[in-house]
Ligand binder design. Structure first.
Ligand code: TEU
Ligand code: CA
Length: 568
């Protein structure tokens, strides 16, 4: 029965509401905009729509700072608009999942307003408050050395009640205190059941392994010259995680809802398996960060340059996440993009005009043959790429990039060389790259909106948009549609099969096999802009070509070509 769970064979399409489709010309995407594009989404051959946070929010972190779980951010629409979207998805035989952001709320949530109002407020312990510490000179210092994800201490001093509160992200995103059972009950009711009762089919769960933070111990000092330390490994996977996930699962299973949790900072594979083992009934699956973090350490993602041999790390990361299901009752996910990372063609392929389409198809071929639930992010199906190098820093809107840039500015007194380097790093890896508006057609603002969009549209929209690609059978879009169909035809092999890397790991090609009960497939991918020999083919026995990304299939792998052979 596990084999047939709907969320296993389903392909998920992730939507970022602000950038998908603006229905009322205020420059901001919205819920009726999403509903108006459901026929397009259905035409891709996807089964599940994931909508990023659309709850009421002051938008410090694009809705990952929720001020009311039971209201929609007014520029996006209303709860009624959401009900329409849910019902319209269902009437097309698609499911819909929402983002569950309950590690923290906005500091504008009523719960936090009450919590910070006084030490004796009944909701005081719904957040994590601690008294100050004092250093040798008697200066007030935060309770521990944790650095928040968007830089600076993870603690903010509250003048009114003379205590610090914890925030793993921005100071406007105070962490909820999961130790309080009342707080947990309120989370389940307000953030989960409110929407499950409206027919939502599950959740993508933000920061799911951060709820239990243990004793808030100092992180080991890895950067002695800094007063805060990277503490992800300390605050993730704390002692009460299993208990919280069991409780959460009790809510989810009442509705047969699916769950996919974010699982960063978890190098221990057994830990990951313990979260997603079917027998344990905690989460259906998680996003491990192995693949998206290749060539960019989580500790300081803007500072690490992609290494020459990044493809070795990439192969190892894909192998790790794929083999999670080999011989276990765990389930995995396959993805290379989401709203937190830049575009995969720019990172792992090439966005040069002569290679963009080939690289987009090759990556689509890879993803479509990987086991686990497949996630694609809006625009990925079109082969959208990173923002152009020519854009000035002002075009980047996200607080993550902005806080990094201002940190470089402070540290170097505005040194132009350092700032130019910072901007290059942002152009390569910033989250903004995934957040430029969807490119629907060649009209004004790519058909996203008739008003000036909240974020600039990519300059390439005249050549790269859905309308053009729908008419072109050689487009990245056409290829994705074909691959999503093939993935279903060969579901045992591609979605459930055992993954085995083949040949000597190298920096040019990636070859692997998928096998399932006597059937097998050989997948060969060229990650370079030069032709590569078809080395593995001879060793694999009798095979027949199922599909290639290239128009003409030759004796070598063409630049960025991908092929699938089936064992005959
Ligand atoms: O991201 C969680 C996360 O671990 C982030 O550090 C992520 O790696 C970061 O965006 C990279 O710079 C989730 C959401 O996906 C993200 O958009 C939110 O900003 C974050 O939680 C806080 O809610
Ligand atoms: Ca709008």
């Amino acid at each position: 029965p596990q084999h047939h769970k709907w969320w296993k064979n389903g392909t998920v399409y992730q939507i970022y509401p602000a950038s998908f489709k603006d229905s009322n010309d205020d420059g901001i995407g919205d819920i009726p905009g999403i509903t108006s594009k459901l026929d397009y989404i259905t035409s891709l051959g996807v089964d599940i729509v994931w909508v990023c946070p659309m709850f009421d929010s002051p938008q410090i972190d694009m809705g990952y700072d929720v001020s009311n779980y039971e209201k929609v951010y007014p520029p996006y629409g209303t709860v009624e608009d959401m009900q329409t979207l849910i019902d319209e998805c269902h009437s097309r035989n698609m499911r819909i999942i929402l983002d569950l952001v309950v590690n923290h709320t906005s500091d504008q949530h009523e719960w936090f307003k009450e919590s910070r109002s006084s030490k004796s407020n009944p909701k005081r312990d719904w957040y994590i408050w601690r008294p100050a510490k004092y250093d040798d000179q008697g200066h007030r210092v935060p309770p521990n050395n944790w650095r928040a994800m968007f830089t600076g201490s993870a603690w903010t001093w509250d003048e009114h009640t003379q205590e610090y509160y914890l925030h793993l992200f921005a100071s406007e995103q105070p962490d909820l205190n999961w130790e309080s059972s009342e707080c947990r009950k309120a989370i389940y009711e307000s953030a989960m059941e409110f929407w499950l009762r409206k027919g939502v089919d599950g959740f993508r769960i933000d920061c799911v392994n951060m709820y239990s933070k243990g004793d808030l111990n100092d992180a080991p000092i890895t950067e002695p010259d800094r007063d805060t330390q990277n503490a992800g490994l300390v605050w993730c996977n704390g002692p009460r995680m299993d208990e919280y996930l069991d409780e959460m699962n009790a809510v989810l299973s009442k509705y047969d809802a699916m769950s996919v949790g974010e699982c960063p900072f978890t190098p221990d594979t057994d830990k990951v398996i313990s979260y997603v083992s079917a027998a344990n009934k905690r989460l259906n699956m998680v996003f491990q960060f192995d693949v998206v973090e290749v060539g960019s350490s989580h500790a300081s993602k803007f500072e690490s340059k992609p290494a020459e041999d990044w493809l070795l790390d990439f192969q190892a990361a894909v192998t790790r996440t794929q083999q999670l299901i080999s011989g276990t009752d765990a389930w995995t996910t396959a993805f290379t993009e989401n709203h937190d990372w830049s575009r995969s063609i720019s990172r792992f392929g090439s966005d040069k005009p002569e290679f963009r389409v080939a690289a987009g198809k090759m990556l689509a071929l890879m993803l479509s043959t990987l086991s686990g639930t497949l996630f694609i992010y809006q625009g990925q199906e079109l082969g959208m790429v990173n923002a152009p190098l020519s854009w000035p820093i002002e075009e980047y809107k996200d607080l993550d990039a902005a806080s990094y840039y201002s940190q470089v500015f402070r540290n170097t007194n505005g040194d132009p060389t350092a700032l130019a380097e910072a901007k290059d790093a942002i152009q390569f890896i910033a989250r903004d790259n995934a957040r430029t508006p969807m490119q629907w057609n060649s009209n004004t603002n790519a058909g996203f909106s008739n008003a000036k969009p909240w974020m600039r549209v990519h300059d390439n929209f005249h050549e790269l948009n859905a309308e053009l690609e729908e008419k072109d059978e050689r487009s990245v879009l056409a290829f994705w549609k074909m691959m999503l169909r093939l993935r279903k035809v060969h579901a045992d092999l591609f979605i459930h099969g055992d993954f085995e890397p083949l040949g000597k790991p190298n920096t040019k090609t990636f070859t692997y096999s998928k096998s399932w009960e006597g059937q097998s497939a050989l997948i060969m991918l060229n990650f370079t802009s030069e032709a590569q020999p078809l080395e593995m083919l001879s060793g694999f026995g009798k095979v027949e070509l199922l599909i290639s990304t290239a128009d003409d299939v030759g004796n070598n792998l063409a630049p960025f070509e991908g092929r699938i052979y089936l064992a005959a």
